[in-house]
Design a binder for this molecule. Structure first.
Ligand code: GLC
Length: 529
């Protein structure tokens, strides 16, 4: 049995992703900022999260909204100043909230001084800091790799000045660093130490599988392999990164691994010297089907090494929001509530994405207002904090001009202030489940055991010492009796309902074998021996 006192903080934590442009605009320019984040720490503490991961706020030309960094150790004036960050960090720590930064090791901006120097001449001392190649014998790019952003096309861009191509796994404005060069490794490690020395609690690491390029094959590989990713030596690079982080106590690294084959995903956490946590996108790619969700979780749990730790997410700034993904209207809203229960009761560290707790949907952006090259504007719509009838058209996100992306036209109901006043809101549901996580060690540390039940239901036990909690989630739109013939494992002497995602009154005693779940209802039950 895991003993709570001996566990690192991040195993017990719930992490909340802040996308700073869209979180809270303190200076009225229509774009969120660091002082804005600071002013909302009270809300985050009230919600019950233990850590925030802040998407990049470093100096950047913003071709990819901060994921193109031109100075790793400075704050972009759009977001504030280094002092603003210092104050945010100190205040977050005072409120018991850990702070993770987003670290982008695969590439820099094409305006980063390193790249400017690299592209100056073929003999530049920084030439080999990036990946430069001659044209192919036929005259085109060195190979047929394509960018992760389909609209960017080839992963190679021709530089007429030095007459070579450079590699970019993402936009042409994001040239890939050459991690085979030890000088690059040292320089990037130094950027980690810079922020670790300032007291940050760890990093979310961007685009990890892209980092290594063991060779540059000409072509002839299948379409799925037309991208530079997941070469074996990425694990050596990761070991080096982990060593730097381990120089500091109690820090954590969580990596973005967009590969969907979980056999590969676990390799990033199964050795003790790689990532602490991995963002596994398999769950988020499943259709709304209890069996498919269970399959992903069962498989991941089976593949994970005993001392490795799971981590789950259903939303981030790159993916369609769950509240839209699983349907619209009332059904979508019920499903978003059920998804919250699943996410927050699985074994492992959950990651939330700002607005998820409000049931915020994708916000359509008219073609002429589109700003992202990869269609991700709808999930980046600003946070509605207050009803427009009270706070004006900026819905409490901004007092000033127009927000940089349109706000939801449902902001009158879908906003933090209105939902905070309504105990039946999805916001309160998130808060209740997070409170339950704090109260029940079985939710934080207990094992995961799938339970045989109706095929429309995803059920599992979380057990820690004497405490047994049962989660039953009905993915179907019909009423279901999940456990008509309970087994010895789930047949308790007493069973009480801790919470429901539906309309049921809680808490209360329940006859487990007679229990019927409403359409798309999930329940958290406590079983007593
Ligand atoms: C990651 C980020 C994404 C960014 C890309 C390039 O996938 O999450 O937002 O565009 O890396 O840095």
């Amino acid at each position: 049995m895991l003993d709570e006192g001996s566990q690192p903080w991040w195993k017990l934590a719930t992490v909340y992703q802040v996308y700073p442009r869209s979180f809270y605009d303190a200076d009225g320019d229509g774009i969120g900022d660091l002082r804005g984040i600071r002013s909302r720490l009270g809300y985050l503490a009230w919600l019950g999260v233990d850590a925030i991961w802040i998407s990049p706020f470093y100096r950047s030309p913003m071709a990819d909204f901060g994921y193109d960094i031109s100075d790793h150790t400075d704050v972009d004036p759009l977001f504030g100043t280094p002092d603003d960050f210092g104050e945010l960090l100190a205040e977050a720590h005072k409120s018991g909230i850990h702070v993770l930064l987003d670290w982008v090791p695969n590439h820099t901006s094409d305006r980063h001084p390193w790249f400017l120097e690299s592209r100056e001449s073929r003999t530049s001392s920084k030439r080999d800091w990036y990946i430069w190649r001659d044209r192919s014998p036929e005259g085109g790019p060195p190979n047929d790799w394509i960018s992760a952003f389909p609209r960017a096309g080839s992963a190679w861009t021709w530089d007429p000045h030095t007459e070579q191509y450079y590699l970019h796994s993402f936009l042409p404005q994001q040239p890939d660093l050459n991690w085979a060069n030890p000088e690059v490794v040292n320089a990037m490690h130094a950027t980690l130490r810079f922020w670790l020395d300032r007291g940050v609690d760890g990093f979310r690491i961007d685009a990890i599988p892209e980092l290594a390029k063991d060779s540059l094959p000409r072509s002839g590989r299948g379409p799925a392999e037309l991208r530079p990713a997941n070469w074996p030596s990425v694990h050596d690079l990761l070991r080096g990164i982990r060593k730097v982080v381990d120089e500091y106590p109690a820090r954590v690294i969580v990596g973005e691994v967009t590969i969907l084959d979980q056999r590969h995903v676990v390799t990033y956490v199964n050795s003790r010297d790689g990532l602490h946590l991995v963002h596994n996108f398999s769950l988020l790619h499943q259709p709304w089907d209890a069996r498919r969700f269970r399959h992903v979780v069962d498989e991941f749990e089976r593949l994970l090494a005993t001392d490795a730790w799971p981590c789950w997410l259903l939303n981030n700034h790159d993916n369609a929001r769950a509240a839209s993904r699983y349907g619209n209207g009332i059904r979508g809203a019920r499903r978003a509530r059920l998804a919250a229960l699943v996410l927050l009761t699985l074994r492992g560290t959950p990651f939330l994405y700002q607005g998820e707790e409000l049931g915020l949907e994708n916000v359509p952006v008219p073609r002429e207002a589109t700003v992202d090259v990869n269609g991700r504007d709808p999930q980046r719509s600003p946070m509605p904090w207050a009803p427009p009838s009270r706070a004006g058209p900026g819905a409490g996100f901004t007092s000033g001009h127009r927000p940089w992306l349109p706000l939801t036209d449902r902001a009158e109901e879908v906003n933090a202030a209105t939902q905070a006043d309504d105990p039946s809101s999805i916001l309160h549901l998130y808060r209740r489940i997070l409170t339950a996580r704090k109260r029940h060690p079985a939710l934080r540390l207990g094992g995961y055991e799938a339970v045989e039940t109706d095929e429309a239901v995803f059920g599992y036990l979380r057990r820690h010492g004497d405490e047994r909690l049962l989660v039953l989630s009905n993915f179907s739109d019909r009423e279901v009796r999940p456990l008509p013939t309970a087994t010895a494992r789930t047949r308790p002497a007493r069973c009480s309902l801790l919470l429901s995602t539906g309309t049921r009154q809680t808490p209360g005693k329940v006859d487990l074998m007679a229990l019927r779940l409403e359409p798309e209802e999930g329940v958290l039950l406590q079983l007593s021996p």
